[in-house]
Ligand binder design. Structure first.
Ligand SMILES: NC(=O)c1ccc[n+]([C@@H]2O[C@H](COP(=O)([O-])OP(=O)(O)OC[C@H]3O[C@@H](n4cnc5c(N)ncnc54)[C@H](O)[C@@H]3O)[C@@H](O)[C@H]2O)c1
Length: 242
């Protein structure tokens, strides 16, 4: 699968999953602008600061892509945060933060990108979760954000199908990344115990690895998925089959 000549933007690109998506797209020939709260490592021309909770920051990122590279083919909305808490344990600020990064961020980035994606008949790939479909204990804000992202994906896909823009969502179960360490911290577990707990929740016996997520992103971003839009690709070792 070659992405030679394609220009991609990946948000949350310094993170466990984002960094692997960036490398995978580059390995297949794409020019990738890696964007995160702190500019990801790499040469300055291909890495940028973005705060996806701010629409002006998202618009400026897309403007920079157009200035530097002259086109946009692929947007991967991967930036995300998690908060452990039932409703009564979730403050206004915590609720807004999770919804702002996970849902507003993907909306602002997509809105800024779509006019340029129409020009290239490009694609958006959102990173959802198995919690786009099922509830999770003490994850009310996260589940709301990822469920919203699934519906946003479908609605946007319908709006832009006739313009040749494909919009899909990858929904992984728990992935072995720094987010697992953050969950361990919030739950008061050691990182090792947290990983054993998560491995045991997956029917095929282990968490997902970041490259399994990037494989799905590359499939949906590429020509082999040319008739695929408005759908979700669940990678969860069987979790949501229960
Ligand atoms: N790790 C998991 O178990 C898991 C499971 C399913 C889905 N996901 C999703 O995968 C995606 C990537 O998660 P990850 O595991 O790599 O987590 P991670 O914490 O390693 O990376 C997330 C990245 O998002 C960035 N980010 C946070 N707020 C931002 C903002 N306002 N603007 C720009 N960037 C911001 C962070 O700086 C970080 O680099 C997220 O959307 C997450 O919800 C993760």
């Amino acid at each position: 699968m070659s992405f030679r000549g394609k220009v991609a933007v990946v948000t949350g690109a310094a993170g466990g999953v984002g960094s692997v998506i960036v490398e995978s797209l580059r390995a297949e020939g794409a020019v990738v602008l890696a964007a995160d709260l702190i500019a990801p490592e790499g040469d300055q021309n291909h890495s940028l600061v973005v705060d996806v909770t701010q629409s002006a920051s998202c618009e400026s990122l897309i403007d920079t892509v157009m200035d530097r590279f002259g086109r946009l083919d692929i947007l991967v909305n991967n930036a995300g945060v998690i908060h452990v808490g039932e409703a009564v344990d979730t403050s206004d600020t915590q609720w807004r933060h999770v919804l702002s990064v996970n849902l507003d961020g993907a909306f602002y980035m997509s809105r800024a990108a779509i006019p340029h994606l129409i020009e290239t008949r490009g694609v958006i790939v959102n990173i959802g979760s198995d919690f786009s479909f099922v509830g999770g204990d003490s994850l009310v804000a996260y589940c709301a954000s990822k469920g919203g992202m699934l519906q946003m994906t479908k609605a946007m896909a319908l709006d832009h199908a006739a313009q040749g823009v494909r919009i899909n969502i990858v929904c992984p179960t728990v992935i072995d990344t720094p987010m697992v360490d953050e969950l361990a911290r919030q739950l008061g577990n050691t990182p090792g115990d947290q990983r054993r707990i998560y491995d045991a929740t997956v029917p095929d016996g282990r968490m997902i690895s970041p490259d399994e997520v990037s494989d799905a992103v590359l499939y949906l971003a590429g020509d082999r998925a040319r008739h695929v839009t408005g759908t979700s690709l669940v990678i969860d070792g069987g979790v949501t089959a229960r």
